[in-house]
Design a protein around this ligand. Structure first.
Ligand code: 13P
Length: 250
């Protein structure tokens, strides 16, 4: 079965709850699609507004982070049950901004992925190299390490449920997209690693997204690549023109 394309937005820290309601209401008609899955990942405090506004539409709502404990004295953190109860289906894990600004490690990413899966949430695990690493020629070594540790101890059935997002750090928010060939090369490398670790079924089922300055002008070329199953979109998911990314093939 062919993998479905996923157009996923990562709103990062940009919208208030009332702005969320307004934007999702504007977004609903323009992202309606039978062919492409649509996901918007929003700040925790915006989740109730987002879930309510998205009701009856094809927009799924995701979180941008979770904590890997069930409950307890973890001031400021969000437990998986809280996300599930609020109507969230997906959760971004290990975004480079969380790794870079908040010190998240591959081991924490692994714990978060397991915890998300335990609660029926789909983890969207991010990985990506810095410009320095690309120039040093260690891109694929780095990505393989991030994915290998992120997936540590997952069964094949669990691994298939994870969505991997390849986001080169130098392409995030910079307007500098990886070329479709550069993006394809790494996304294929991730699929090859999944094949090594789990075999063909997991490699062919798992969705691998590209993220980093995806916009209505470059989505079609990126999503046409055989190993790119959609995009994780930052800035361009905060505007109704996100609909053009959803309808990239029209
Ligand atoms: P931009 O699309 O703004 O470059 O952000 C990409 C990203 O970090 C999505 O998670």
């Amino acid at each position: 079965m062919a993998r479905r394309i996923l157009a996923a937005g990562n709103w990062k820290m940009n919208k208030t709850p009332s702005e969320t309601t307004a934007l999702i209401n504007e977004m609903k008609p323009v992202v309606a699609s039978d062919d492409v899955d649509v996901l918007l990942c929003v700040p925790a405090i915006d989740i109730p507004a987002a879930v309510e506004a998205a009701k009856g539409s094809n927009i799924q709502i995701g979180a941008e982070n979770l904590y890997y404990e069930e409950k307890g004295a973890y001031t400021g953190e969000i437990a998986p049950d809280m996300l599930v109860d609020a109507g969230v289906t997906h959760v971004i894990i290990g975004h480079s901004e969380r790794r870079g600004y908040f010190g998240e490690t591959d081991e924490q990413v692994n714990k978060k992925i397991k915890k998300a899966l335990e609660h029926g949430l789909v983890p969207v695990m991010c990985c990506g190299e810095s410009l320095e690493q690309r120039e040093q020629g260690v891109t694929m070594d780095w990505i393989r390490m991030q994915v290998k540790i992120g997936f540590q101890d997952l069964t094949a059935d669990e691994a298939k449920k994870v969505i991997v997002a390849y986001e080169p750090i130098w392409a995030i928010g910079t307007g500098k997209t990886a070329t479709s060939d550069q993006a394809e090369e790494v996304c294929k490398g991730i699929r090859d690693l999944l094949r090594e670790l789990y075999g063909d079924d997991v490699a062919e089922t798992t969705r691998v997204l590209y993220g980093g300055s995806v916009n209505p002008g470059n989505a079609a070329e990126l999503f046409a690549k055989p190993d790119i199953d959609g995009g994780l979109v930052g800035g361009a998911s905060l505007k109704t023109s996100f609909g053009e990314i959803v309808h990239y093939n029209k």
